[in-house]
Design a binder for this molecule. Structure first.
Ligand SMILES: C[S@@+](CC[C@H](N)C(=O)[O-])C[C@H]1O[C@@H](n2cnc3c(N)ncnc32)[C@H](O)[C@@H]1O
Length: 327
């Protein structure tokens, strides 16, 4: 389909339009065109778009992946109309347009998330960590009985739960997050992936009424002085939520159930600040622990910040907690 110019007037948000249906249709249309985009870290993204020839979008990937300003002639009419109906086109002060959502690929599926830069408090996160999280889930998930209950706690785009449920027959998927905007996009991403999911707004795994056969979680793990929900991991050099959610999540596991954690952990004086706390807490909860460094050095540029003055590196960590008692 060749792009046609569309005027700003035509782009006005259609009152009464169904944003959810428009976003679902947008994902379907993008799939049909073979659209793919892999989101890089914010620092890589910043480097790439600071190049002199990267200030204006030249392709759909520039619009929906690199979040570059665009003019209407760069986007196919059908996609432009779906973006408009979804209310994701923003008018900039320089007369150009920008998209308030990004669309990224992981494991063959598209995910809606927030545009770059993700500065808002309620930004919906997706990044290279999400890929590592999904790969960990594929590697460490047990085969579950049909109809098993799966929880993605702190779901963001739902990438963890969607990855987990895709390979389990008739799984009942619950996506929980503190951020309603994340739940909205996650439920669309799940439907696009062919899954039905229940969404629950929650502030701790203890809020959830059920027990689960598989819980996957990727908590915020940075020391974030701006306290953004998708980044701020709390004290313990950013590992507090990881610790608290594993302990609360372990209590929500059905017998034989497993919790899979992906997180980042500060290493201080050669010591992992999370592992000893988990080793101490989990036996008393009737659970075993598998713990593994997935990447010894991530987000190295954060170490320049004063809050990281004592930290020698941040490691990406995967953990599996399996309930071994009968309860
Ligand atoms: C690092 S992002 C991970 C998102 C997604 N699981 C992924 O892998 O791409 C952390 C998520 O935790 C959510 N979050 C932060 N605090 C929370 C809380 N107290 N309860 C539930 N979710 C929370 C954020 O809204 C964000 O979606």
């Amino acid at each position: 389909m060749s792009p046609r110019p569309v005027t700003t007037k035509e782009l006005a948000f259609q009152e009464g339009g169904d944003r959810r249906q428009a976003l679902l249709a947008l994902l379907r249309e993008l799939d049909a065109t073979g659209y793919e985009f892999v989101t890089a870290t914010p620092s890589t993204h910043a480097r790439v778009i600071s190049r002199p020839d990267r200030h204006l979008a030249r392709s759909l990937r520039d619009v929906l992946g690199w979040s570059l300003p665009f003019t209407t002639n760069i986007v196919a009419a059908e996609i432009l109309h779906l973006m408009d109906a979804a209310g994701v086109i923003e008018q900039r002060s320089d007369g150009l347009l920008s998209s308030s959502v990004r669309v990224s690929s992981a494991r063959g599926t598209l995910f809606l998330h927030s545009a770059y830069p993700t500065v808002e408090q309620d930004a919906v996160f997706f990044g290279p960590d999400s890929h590592r999280f999904a790969d960990l889930i594929v590697a460490r998930s047990p085969a579950l009985a049909p109809g098993a209950r799966i929880l993605d706690y702190a779901a963001g785009t739902g990438v963890g739960g969607i990855t987990a449920a895709t390979s389990q027959p008739q799984a009942q998927l619950t996506l929980a997050d503190i951020n309603p905007k994340a739940l909205f996009l996650a439920s669309i991403n799940a439907e696009h992936a062919g899954l039905q999911a229940q969404t629950i707004q929650a502030t701790t795994p203890a809020d959830l009424p059920d027990t689960f056969d598989l819980i996957v979680t990727h908590p915020p793990f940075m020391i974030d002085t701006e306290s953004r929900a998708y980044r701020d991991g709390g004290d313990l050099y950013g590992a507090r939520l990881s610790l608290d959610w594993v302990v609360a999540g372990a209590r929500k596991l059905a017998p034989g159930g497993r919790l899979i954690l992906h997180t980042g952990v500060s290493i201080v004086d050669g010591q992992d600040v999370l592992r000893p706390h988990l080793e101490q807490a989990l036996p008393g909860l009737g659970c075993s622990l598998w713990y593994h460094e997935l990447d010894p050095d991530i987000f190295g540029d954060e170490l320049d910040k004063p809050a990281y003055a004592d930290v020698e590196r941040i490691a990406a960590v995967g953990a599996c907690v399996t309930r071994i008692d009968e309860r």
